[in-house]
Design a binder for this molecule. Structure first.
Ligand SMILES: [Zn+2]
Ligand SMILES: [Zn+2]
Length: 159
């Protein structure tokens, strides 16, 4: 992520906080920056572990509540997760996800055809649609390579 782009997002973040009457404290800004710096859709725990290195007195609860507030005012998004742990995404532009069921990685990708997928009318009638995202479940390249390696190491008797 280039610096100019990050600066733009931070500026947008500050504007949005002000609009919602949320004070932009150095700590909140630091949490947002930590999110921006990680592309792996971190959980609250992941953000907390990074924050605590800089702010040794910060509590998990503070980080967790801050993330929920950020999601509330729309500066970040929550991401569906298979483990039931809430994960966060700073990319609020339309994009889609690849979920690796082995390591839990969530990889972003863009695709115009998927963006154009229409929400069925009967759903749009009964449900206020705020966004849509295609989530593809599977096994990432790293994990696939690892399991292929494990298979090769199995004793011959199993073959
Ligand atoms: Zn994986
Ligand atoms: Zn994402």
């Amino acid at each position: 992520m280039n610096e100019e782009y990050t600066a733009g997002l931070v500026e947008q973040f500050i504007q949005r906080c002000r609009k919602h009457g949320l004070k932009v404290t150095p700590q909140r800004l630091a949490i947002y920056r930590k999110l921006l710096a990680s592309s792996e859709h971190p959980s609250a725990d992941g953000v907390y572990k990074k924050m605590v290195q800089e702010y040794p007195t910060i509590s998990f609860d503070t980080v967790n509540r801050t993330l929920l507030t950020f999601a509330d005012i729309g500066v970040i998004e929550t991401v569906e997760s298979h483990s039931g742990v809430r994960r966060y995404d700073t990319d609020i532009a339309p994009h889609h996800h690849l979920h690796c069921i082995v390591c839990g990685d969530i990889i972003d990708f863009c695709d115009r055809d998927l963006d154009a997928v229409k929400v069925p009318e009967r759903i749009a009638r009964e449900f206020t649609v705020l966004g849509k995202r295609v989530s593809i479940r599977g096994i990432c390249r790293k994990c696939a390579a690892r399991s292929a390696q494990n298979r090769e190491q199995e004793p011959a008797a199993h073959r």
